[in-house]
Design a protein around this ligand. Structure first.
Ligand code: XLS
Ligand code: CA
Ligand code: CA
Length: 438
């Protein structure tokens, strides 16, 4: 059965193409430096937004036209797998990602849920034998069901902690079975609503205990995918413990977990935390913890997580700048944790949206690569910090200075030679590269 009959395989037609179902900039085989675009970008399709999102918002019910809308239960789950692999193939997507509950319906007990899950995972496993699309990561949804009202690993209810552990145990087994490159932990309800009823110390200790158990179990079953924490400051919980990358690093270091985890950085979560996307990527990168990316964008006029497909070329360029500087994403990728707007309800919009996101990152890759190749920012920055290459600056970075030697040096300085940071000029250069690279 064909689910997307109006769509054939999406091809690269170049920047002048007027075909909405063709790539204008994403040319998977094109070499950028030492890698192809496909190798740099490692795009992933998010199962939840693409195959389970029905358009529901707080004020309106589902409106998405989908070829599987007439089905329910396991039949629906199976149709979605068929449709998913058709979309992956037509889009030439190298990866996908899912939560456990995205792919199979929940039963009344975890035993029943796992039975459903096993059947669908078996089906996915069969598809993966002939498909090029691999699993970038899976995760456990520990936020939708009412049992997670007070959190999962940070719940005040030990039964919920146990249930959550059992879910992640299963998730790791699924990850191993499907050869997932990573396993993600996003703690949507791992946080608090009010300090008046919260034992923050115990909650964070328990979260760390939970992560250690996950690390131990992955070792036990031989799952060697990368563990990723996905920071988000708020939504659905008022304050979330993995607020941003810096907070996550402090937590991981405190509990001796930093060697086992990297970060999955989502653009829209970065902006919710009051940072830019590239800030979060940079913090992770300079700490050797940039693992993977949830590629989307928020709306600066709305204060919540809108999960839009990325179109902002400044943002994709500066993100790719960090990713190239990181030497790529290793086992990670660019997962489109993005949904079509409620008004874009036709099945073909799923393709148009992914094409837009893929093209936007392809532009970002090319422009960022050129900026790096031409050493535009590197040369400027090297010059800006040159006072640390000689004299007193060299002593400071080599650990040869102390407060007394610095005082001796500083007491009689009469003039300081600061230079302009020239931000406007650099922004203009960025514009120039964006406008002339193609
Ligand atoms: C929600 C998160 C979530 C994670 C996976 O805001 O982005 O979708 O990526 O649980
Ligand atoms: Ca995400
Ligand atoms: Ca999000």
């Amino acid at each position: 059965m064909t689910y997307f009959e109006n769509v054939s395989k999406i091809k690269y037609e170049g920047p002048k193409s007027k075909n909405s179902l063709a790539f204008k900039f994403y040319n998977p085989e094109e070499k950028i430096g030492d890698r192809t675009m496909e190798e740099w970008l490692r795009f992933g399709v998010a199962y939840w937004h693409t195959f389970t999102y029905d358009g529901t918002d707080p004020f309106g019910s589902g409106n998405m036209i989908r070829p599987w809308n007439h089905l329910t239960g396991m039949d629906l789950a199976k149709a979605r797998v068929e449709a998913a692999f058709e979309l992956f193939d037509k889009l030439n997507a190298p990866f996908f990602c899912f939560h456990d509950v995205d792919i199979a319906p929940e039963g009344t007990t975890l035993r029943e849920t796992n039975k459903n899950l096993d059947e669908i995972v078996g089906m996915i496993e069969d598809y993966m034998k002939t498909s090029k699309t691999k699993l970038l990561w899976n995760t456990a949804n520990m936020f939708s069901n009412p049992r997670f009202v007070h959190g999962a690993a940070t719940s005040c209810n030990a039964d919920v902690f146990a249930f959550s552990a059992a879910k992640v145990k299963k998730g790791l087994e699924v990850a191993k079975r499907l050869g997932a490159e990573n396993y993600v932990f996003w703690g949507g309800r791992e946080g608090y609503e009010s300090l008046l009823n919260t034992d923050m110390g115990l909650e964070q200790d328990n979260l760390a205990r939970f992560f250690h158990m996950a690390v131990d179990y992955a070792k036990e079953i031989g799952f060697d995918g990368q563990f990723l924490i996905e920071p988000k400051p708020k939504e659905p919980t008022k304050h979330q413990y993995d607020f941003d990358v810096a907070t996550g690093i402090a937590f991981l270091q405190k509990y001796n977990l930093d060697q086992y985890f990297k970060f999955n950085i989502e653009a829209n979560h970065a902006t919710l935390a009051g940072h830019t996307f590239e800030h979060e990527l940079r913090v992770a990168r300079i700490n050797g913890m940039l693992g993977s990316v949830d590629a989307n964008q928020g709306d600066p006029l709305l204060g919540w997580d809108t999960d839009e497909f990325p179109t902002d070329l400044y943002s994709t360029t500066l993100a790719m700048y960090e990713i190239i500087k990181n030497g790529g994403l290793g086992k990670g990728g660019l997962n489109f944790d993005a949904k079509v707007r409620r008004g874009s309800f036709e099945p073909e919009d799923l393709f148009r949206a992914h094409i837009t996101g893929m093209d936007s990152f392809a532009v970002g890759l090319k422009v960022a690569h050129k900026l790096i190749e031409d050493k535009v920012l590197d040369d400027f920055i090297a010059k800006r910090y040159r006072s640390f290459n000689e004299g007193i600056g060299k002593d400071i970075v080599e650990g040869k200075a102390n407060f007394k030697t610095l005082e001796d040096y500083a007491l009689d300085i009469k003039e300081f030679h600061n230079e302009s940071g020239r931000v406007e000029e650099l922004r203009a250069l960025l514009n120039q590269y964006l406008l002339t690279t193609f």
